[in-house]
Structures are given as structure tokens and as C-alpha cells.
Design a protein around this ligand. Structure first.
Ligand code: IVH
Length: 668
């Protein structure tokens, strides 16, 4: 083909295919068959390969996923990507409306939109061309995922008008695609995604854009970050403008003139939500007028002109078949409910955490009971209550054993703790869990050393303490079942390289009580070597901002123990280095933790951990937990049935988290 003909044909194909894309992915009304589309796309790919300079940045060929990236660049958002305050019931919505009226008067209207359960993305356009797409990140700095976003066909690579603007929206995975993806993962023996949100986020964080391209993701855009040149004066006009310049907005939105209409909309969608082809986790309510939005302004974290109503977590009924016990790394015995598998919030659930014996007693949970199970977001499912009127008399009450299910030594209940513990330091379960922790991603990060291999090494008596890992030989490994020469070599290599890890990994890996990954980093940055840390006094430790008393005690006690000294000596002998290799504290600034330096109040009933546990964990991450809410409070954690502290915090405009979010920040 002649160059000139090629250019003309390429232009024609680009326009045709972009139009078909729009019809299919934005309007949801395909205008040609998939085969025909693929045929034309192939023709265009061939021409662009022969004449690369006819390829334009908005060519539909740019959506199939090109080169694999080495990593994601950081992107600083021009305007921060904020989050929204939450409402959980009608009263919260009426409160929101009251406050709005106090500022802007009674003449207000709201736009209600579905709150899509995916991940927020920002899309930057220059002169109409899509130039950069990013994740929200921490709200100020996100990651450049342009190449992955280009594969989402409802995102125009070129919008209809040559605007320079930033559009924001929610990337998500439709329910059907999620199901298909998990089925495929299951077939391949891979771990399935917990929910469509994780699946979408996981897909957009792939360095190979071809993977994102294969995942069938979609986007609903919900705002223009800077309406500047567009001349729109209300949010609803902004959405209509987005529609008219080829974006995909969600059509279920409604303008409401008062809060009663808002509540009606919210209730309606709570009912209809299972019928949607994508997951939503609530409704977003926004003041429509942009002038009023400006008048209302922002708190530190979120706009005052919008709120997210969160649907109550879905609840289902199933039977509790059994209660299983496991022994954790610290010897805590945790009961888990084994359930008749049941679908809830998009996934099949067959286990639920029962936390501790108190909870089993309190809820009078018996084996064989019909139970109500709920799953809020991607948090571990839990048993809400028992349906006593469905009992047949066959149900068996459950009693915690008095002996460790693994080593049979007597269990103890330490004062102030709810959990029963096995305190036998030689308990094989604890040791095995300790190994799993030592090799885990945030600790030494030994690739390819999973639970199964650890159990094998353990049973073959090849490892007694973690230092033994570094003494393993190829012969020993090959002698184990299912380990060939190649995997033995790889494993040894993976173990060997971790000798050079920076100190904080080892510190975290040792599993000193209360020392999480972030605290380990703080300690490593501060003391810079194991030797110095080992001789640190309690006072020296508590002087560090993020180190609370409990953690200081625990660190001192740990290093005083003969066993710990021996282990550290042995680790040194086998060549594990024990210096901090990162940036020094003074240069690095504060260690990242959402709790560092913050004053935090806990209120209401926490369900997934006790108050004490929450306090310890938060203090371990550098937060200060106090009893009462004041202007100095930075954050309130509100459990169930929170009362006056919550109201006060709301009045003071203090940031408020539900337990769900706390658990997420503490454990993820
Ligand atoms: S508006 C200032 N509209 O919900 C924040 N957000 O915390 C403006 N979301 O991370 C957000 N659907 O990713 C808005 N229709 C919608 C939304 C929506 C989902 C997400 C968004 C944000 C979170 C709110």
C-alpha cells in the first residue's frame, strides 16, 4: 500500500473504530459485530506497523496494551483527590441537609448518584487528548496508570471538544467479569479476588497493560476537577457536558429538590441494588450549584457539600457446621466458624471469624445453629447473631479446650486479654506461624517459601529456629517431596539474598510483640543497628515519638531474654546483616503511618478487636489514644452505637472512621 493511501485509510479506520467503541462501551448499543470490529482493528494495526508515523495517540490501537512498564511513576494531583464524609441512616442525611441549609439557605438542590464500588481515577486531558491517568493514592500523590487506563474503552482517548481539563471517576469491574475472572483463577489454582473492587484495583496495578486490557474494566466519570474553561455552573450541567463530549457517566443520577426526595432515592436503591450489573456500596449526595459548593467549602479531608450514604452490610442466613481452632504466632487461640457456604456481598463465604470465647458465649453460638452472617466491604465475614427460634435441640454448645490443640500444654488467659493463649514457647504451631511471619512480604520477604514448604522443612526437622533457614543445603531440599533441583536452587537463592535486607525487615520478622512493620522501621531508622537497639533502655525508647510504653516494655523484655540473644547471635553467624540501610530519620521526616503523631479517641463498641488491642496497635504505629474528644483530637474511631463522643466529634469537624477503616489501616 502506498503511504498516502495508507494514511487516508488509517484515518478512516481510526475514526470508524473510535465511533464503534463509543457506541459499544459508552452508549451500550453496539453498531457492528465483534468479528467485524476485530477485522478492522487488525487492518489498522497492520497499517500502523508498516507506517508507524500514521499512528496517533488517540488511535484505537493504543488500547490493546503495549510495552510492559518497570514501575509506576508518582503523580502529584493538581487538585487533591478528597474522600467523602459518611452517612449511615436517615438522621445523618437530615443532619447533612440541615448544615447545608444553615450556610446556603433553603434554596438548594442535590444530585444523587450511585456510589460505584471501584477505585477513584483521575483522567487528564490536554486540548482534548487523554494525556495522563492516575490512581488516587493518598489523595495528594497517586500513581501513573495511563497505559492501563487507555485499555478501558469507555475512556475517550480524545474527547469531542479540545478542552484541557481533569475528569474524575470510578474504575470498576462489572459483576459478570468479576465472576468469570475468579472462575478462571480457580481453574488455574490461583487465589481468587475477594471482591470486584480488589479485582479492579489489582488489574490497574499490573505493569503489563495487556493484563488490564483482558480484564474488562469500565469507568463511570463523576466530576470535572476544574470546570474553568467549560462555563458550567452546576454539577448536573457538568455531568451533561461530560456526556456530550463522549464520556460515560452513570445515568441513574437524579436531581432532588429536598432531603425527602434524597431519602426516597437512597431507599429505592438499597432495594434495587442487587439488580445492577456492577457493585455499589452507597449513594453520593452532592449540592448541585457550584456557587453553593464554593460557599460551603471543605474540611481537611472532604467537601462539606457532599456526603456518601453507605448501605448497611448485606446479611445472610446459613448454618454453622463447626468451630475450628487455630494457634497464632503469639499463642493466641482463635476460633473460626465453619459455615455452610453461602453467597454474601458478591462472594462465597464458608468461614467467619469468631474472635474469642467471650464472643461465642455472648452470642450463645452453638454448632449446628442457623446464624446471620454479614460481610462489610472486604473485611472478614462475621457472625452477627444466632436464630434461636430455628433451633431443633440438636445444636451443641461449644467450649474452648483447656489445652492447646497443637501441643496440649495448658492454656492460660492473661489478665486484661480476651484471648486464651498457649504459652509454651516450643509449641510447634506457634513456631510454624513464626516462620510464616519471618518469611512474609513485609518481613524478610523470602520468595517461594510458602506455608507448605515451611511445614515440610519443619516436619523433616530441618529447621528449629529461623536462623536454620540460612543453613539449608540443596541436598536437604531435594530430599523433600515435590522439590526439584531447579526449585531448590531458586529457593536457596531467594533465602540467600535476604541476608542483605535492611534491619527493619529482620526486626519485624522476629515477631517482637507489639512491633509491627511501621514500628520496626521507626526503630531501625532511629538506632540504625541491632547492637544499638539491643542496648536501648526503656527511656530511650519512649523518647521516640511513635513508640508507646507498651512497645518499649516489649522491646526491652525481648532483648533481655536469653533465647532472643542466642537467636540474634546465630543469625549473625550465618551472615544476616543487621544494619539499617534506608534514609536516616532526620532526612526521611516522619515515618508514614496514618496514626503517627495523631491524637485519637476510640468510642462505641468495636467488634473485630478489643479496645485494648486497638489502642495498642494504634500506639504501636505512633498514635496517641486519649479518652475524651476535644479540639486537639485528630481522629475519632466510632464503633457500633457510638454516642455523645461521636456527636461532639462531628460538631468539631473531626475526622471520623468506622471500625472497618481502622481494621483496614491496621492490618493491610
Ligand atoms: S464524588 C471529593 N461520586 O467514593 C470526593 N465519588 O469517598 C468526590 N465514588 O474515593 C467524590 N462513586 O472514588 C463521587 N458518584 C460518585 C462516586 C464516588 C464512587 C468513590 C470515589 C471516592 C469515594 C468517596
Amino acid at each position: 500500500m502506498e503511504r498516502q493511501t495508507a494514511e487516508i485509510r488509517a484515518k478512516e479506520l481510526q475514526a470508524l473504530l473510535s465511533g464503534y467503541n463509543y457506541d459499544y462501551h459508552v452508549l451500550d448499543s453496539p453498531s457492528i459485530s465483534d468479528q467485524e470490529y476485530d477485522r478492522l482493528l487488525k487492518e489498522l494495526i497492520d497499517i500502523e506497523e508498516a507506517y508507524p508515523d500514521v499512528r496517533t495517540p488517540d488511535s484505537p490501537t493504543q488500547r490493546v496494551g503495549g510495552t510492559i512498564l518497570e514501575g509506576f511513576q508518582k503523580v502529584e494531583h493538581r487538585t487533591p483527590m478528597l474522600s467523602l464524609g459518611n452517612a449511615f441512616n436517615e438522621e445523618d442525611l437530615r443532619d447533612f441537609d440541615r448544615k447545608i441549609q444553615e450556610t446556603v439557605g433553603a434554596d438548594r438542590s442535590y444530585v444523587c448518584e450511585l456510589k460505584i464500588d471501584g477505585l477513584a481515577v483521575s483522567l487528564r486531558y490536554e486540548n482534548g487528548f487523554f494525556v495522563q491517568g492516575a490512581t488516587r493514592g493518598d489523595g495528594t500523590i497517586g500513581e501513573d496508570i495511563t497505559e492501563n487506563l487507555k485499555t478501558i474503552r469507555s475512556i475517550p482517548l480524545k474527547m469531542k471538544e479540545p478542552y484541557t481539563m481533569e475528569v474524575r471517576g470510578e474504575a470498576y469491574m462489572p459483576k459478570k467479569s468479576f465472576q468469570a475472572l475468579n472462575e478462571q483463577k480457580d481453574e488455574n489454582g490461583e487465589e481468587p479476588f475477594a471482591n470486584p473492587r480488589n479485582a479492579a484495583a489489582g488489574s490497574l496495578r499490573q505493569l503489563d497493560p495487556k493484563i488490564a486490557a483482558s480484564r474488562n474494566l469500565d469507568v463511570f466519570v463523576y466530576s470535572i476537577a476544574d470546570v474553568g474553561e467549560t462555563g458550567v455552573t452546576s454539577h448536573s450541567e457538568g455531568l451533561s457536558l461530560l456526556d456530550s463530549i463522549d464520556f460515560k457517566t452513570n445515568k441513574e443520577r437524579r436531581v432532588c429538590e429536598n432531603i425527602d426526595q434524597v431519602i426516597e432515592y437512597v431507599e429505592g436503591w438499597n432495594e434495587k441494588r442487587p439488580q445492577l450489573p456492577y457493585e455499589i456500596d452507597g449513594i453520593v449526595i452532592k449540592v448541585d450549584s457550584l456557587a453553593q459548593q464554593a460557599e460551603l467549602g471543605f474540611t481537611a479531608k472532604s467537601p462539606r457539600w457532599a456526603i456518601a450514604y453507605k448501605f448497611p452490610a448485606e446479611e445472610v442466613i446459613t448454618t454453622l457446621r463447626d468451630i475450628e481452632l487455630s494457634v497464632g504466632r503469639t499463642g493466641a487461640i482463635t476460633p473460626t466458624a465453619i459455615l455452610e457456604p453461602v453467597k454474601v456481598a458478591g462472594t462465597t463465604v464458608s468461614r467467619a471469624s469468631l474472635h474469642n470465647e467471650d464472643l461465642i458465649r455472648e452470642k450463645d453460638i452453638r454448632i449446628g445453629d442457623h446464624v446471620v452472617v454479614k460481610k462489610a466491604g472486604d473485611i472478614i465475614p462475621e457472625v452477627v447473631n444466632v436464630l434461636e427460634d430455628r433451633r431443633t435441640g440438636e445444636e451443641q454448645p461449644f467450649y474452648m479446650p483447656t489445652q492447646c490443640p497443637e501441643c496440649e500444654s495448658d492454656l492460660v488467659r492473661i489478665e486484661g486479654e480476651v484471648a486464651l493463649r498457649c504459652i509454651n514457647p516450643k509449641c510447634p504451631a506457634q513456631i510454624r506461624e513464626g516462620f510464616i511471619h519471618f518469611v512474609s512480604r513485609n518481613a524478610m520477604n523470602i520468595d517461594g517459601l510458602g506455608e507448605k514448604v515451611i511445614s515440610q522443612l519443619f516436619s523433616a526437622n530441618l529447621i528449629i529456629d529461623v536462623a536454620d533457614l540460612y543453613l539449608l543445603t540443596k541436598e536437604q531440599l531435594i530430599a523433600l517431596e515435590r522439590i526439584g533441583e531447579k526449585s531448590a536452587d531458586n529457593l536457596l537463592k531467594a533465602i540467600h539474598v535476604t541476608k542483605d535486607n535492611s534491619l527493619e525487615r529482620l526486626l519485624f520478622g522476629l515477631g517482637i510483640r507489639h512491633v509491627g512493620a511501621k514500628a520496626a522501621k521507626t526503630l531501625a531508622q532511629h538506632f540504625e543497628s541491632m547492637e544499638r537497639l539491643q542496648s536501648a533502655t526503656r527511656e530511650q525508647l519512649t523518647e521516640i515519638n511513635e513508640i508507646g510504653e507498651k512497645m518499649a516494655d516489649s522491646v526491652v523484655t525481648y532483648f533481655e531474654s536469653e533465647e532472643a540473644r542466642e537467636l540474634i547471635g546465630k543469625l549473625k553467624e550465618v551472615g544476616v546483616q543487621m544494619e539499617y540501610k534506608g534514609t536516616k530519620r532526620a532526612e526521611a521526616g516522619a515515618v508514614e503511618s496514618p496514626f503517627s503523631g495523631k491524637t485519637i479517641v476510640l468510642t462505641g463498641k468495636l467488634e473485630q478487636l478489643t479496645r485494648n488491642e486497638a489502642k495498642e496497635k494504634i500506639e504501636g504505629l505512633g498514635g496517641k489514644v486519649t479518652g475524651s474528644v476535644s479540639k486537639k483530637t485528630d481522629l475519632l474511631i466510632a464503633g457500633a452505637d457510638a454516642g455523645s463522643k461521636l456527636t461532639k466529634a462531628q460538631d468539631l469537624g473531626i475526622e471520623i472512621w468506622q471500625e472497618e477503616k481502622l481494621v483496614k489501616e491496621l492490618f493491610e
